[in-house]
Ligand binder design. Structure first.
Ligand code: FAD
Length: 463
């Protein structure tokens, strides 16, 4: 079977849905959206756990109350999404180590020094951008500050500041492109934690209005769910997309929104092979891994009340179950708490069975809260890194990728256009980044189709 259409969108995550919206608004109705999984939303996805619905992917609306409005915030208010203010700054009241709770006066010197270091690193990042200096890592910037975090408490605070948002340590992350982070400096310093029982993905429904969805179930035949793209043939004339169920789609252009992790894998075969400059840009960018581990208890043993939500555990091993958050405000009486790990720890626990992870987690909790706490009755965590349709959770900008390489990451090959959160130069890694990127790529495609301006020329340093 062969289907002929104008634009083929691959992926029904935030970027693909946003691209479809822009095309619809510009009068292009002849398009299809091919999505490998059985629902829309991509990395915005929830699951039943312990009597409530929890978010396995995106959970916060990051970057609000700034000079420019975050589109996710606008959409959230449009659908009356339930969210609460994220009191990130209270962490210093809630630090634990293997001896249990650490009083604020005990951790105060480390907190003060960390704050000085954060300010220094951000100022240095601004300087590097203004002076157009070659990039360095965030860790290198910390060495300029004169102190690299080394005690368990210092490392816990450091990973709270950096790994908790970028899912990779300062050693890896680009100073120029993350300090200051445009999500904070442009969209705003505040964040909201989403606990709506319809799911965070509800924010994407107004974006996907043209698919005529009702509570996430869409009736428009242009959306093809459970449809896995296996091969893409591209030229300056058009794009042919082949799917696992043996259907061929012929389009004047295609927008590929799969994650950078999927692009780095061999899930999709390209013909001709992607050029070296393109592959080089794809391989240089990082797909990070970030894992929330949800736990249900028969009774609560952690403090509750304003300011207690974000908890740190300081271990000798950096990144060992460092972040904790209770959900008492969101789900009162449900006794649900979750811990977050990132990077190598995420990859490690993805390979472990749930019961082994649970045993580790219980040992940590008993160090924090004492030996008498009850065992968890349930555990749930997603394995995004092992999932062949994602291969991780979100992109992180590594040292070594300049805005030049970044342009190559975004650039089309023939009529095949690239989009997704990793293609948002300012907001990569976020839901809003995916929405912005989808919109921008759709505009590029419209320029190509209607103005014959197909923007395929990349001034290449690499042939
Ligand atoms: P995706 O959502 O990945 O969409 C791409 C789609 O392509 C997917 O649906 C996939 O199934 C599909 N696909 C893949 N391969 C194929 C194929 N071969 N054929 C057809 N379809 C295919 N952002 C925030 O703003 N705040 C947060 O708090 C936050 N936390 C996060 C926590 C986690 C655990 C994760 C996973 C992400 C988090 N993010 C957060 C990031 C945010 O979720 C993503 O940046 C955004 O949702 C990505 O959207 P996208 O459309 O670019 O990609």
């Amino acid at each position: 079977e062969t289907v002929i259409t104008d634009v083929i969108i691959i992926g029904a995550g935030a970027a693909g849905l946003s691209a479809g919206k822009t095309l619809s608004e510009r009068g292009v109705v002849n398009f299809v959206i091919l999505e490998a999984t059985e629902k829309i939303g991509g990395r915005v996805r929830n699951a039943n756990f312990g009597g409530v619905k929890v978010e396995l992917g995106a959970n916060w609306i990051e970057g609000v109350n700034g000079e420019k409005e975050n589109p996710v915030y606008t959409l959230a208010n449009e659908v009356n999404l339930k969210y609460s203010y994220a009191f990130y700054d209270n962490y210093s009241q809630n630090i634990y180590d293997h001896t249990g709770y650490l009083a604020p006066e005990v951790v105060a010197p480390a907190v003060e020094r960390a704050d000085e270091s954060f300010d220094y690193v951000e100022a240095l990042g601004t300087n590097f951008t203004n002076e157009n200096l070659d990039d360095i890592s965030v860790l290198t910037a910390q060495r300029f500050f004169g102190r690299v975090p080394s005690s368990p408490v210092e490392m816990a605070i450091d990973s709270w500041k950096y790994d908790f948002s970028s899912a990779e340590p300062p050693r890896v992350t680009s100073l120029r492109n993350s300090e200051p982070l445009p999500t904070d400096s442009i969209l705003g310093p505040d964040s909201y934690f989403v606990s709506d029982q319809r799911g965070y993905a509800t924010v994407l429904h107004p974006l996907a209005y043209y698919l005529r969805c009702d509570e996430g179930v869409c009736n428009d035949p242009r959306l093809k769910l459970s449809t896995v793209v296996t091969k893409i043939t591209y030229s300056t004339e058009g794009v042919t997309v082949h799917t696992e169920d043996d259907i061929t789609y012929n389009g004047k252009a295609a927008i590929l929104t799969v994650s950078i992790g999927v692009l780095q894998s061999d899930l999709i075969n390209f013909s001709p092979d992607l050029p070296f400059w393109k592959l080089s840009a794809i391989y240089q960018f990082n797909m990070a891994v970030y894992t929330k581990i949800f736990l249900k208890f028969p009774k609560r043993f952690w403090p509750i009340g304003p300011g207690t939500e974000y908890i740190l555990y300081a271990d000798e091993k950096r990144g060992y179950y460092p972040f904790w958050q209770h959900l008492e405000q969101e789900f009162p009486g449900e006794n649900i708490i979750f811990t977050t790990v990132t990077d190598d720890e995420s990859r490690r626990i993805e390979q472990m069975p749930d019961n082994e992870t649970l045993a580790e987690v219980m040992l940590v909790l008993r160090k924090m809260f004492g030996p008498d706490i009850p065992n968890a009755t349930d555990i749930l965590y997603p394995r995004w890194w092992q999932d062949k349709y994602f291969r991780g959770t979100f992109s992180n900008w590594p040292i070594g990728v300049s805005s030049y390489e970044y342009k190559q990451l975004q650039a089309p090959v023939g009529r095949l256009y690239f989009s997704g959160e990793h293609c948002s130069e300012q907001y990569n890694g976020y839901v809003h980044g995916a929405i912005f990127a989808g919109n921008e790529t759709a505009h590029e495609v419209l320029k190509c189709l209607y103005e014959n301006d197909c923007n395929t020329f990349i001034p290449s340093r690499l042939k």
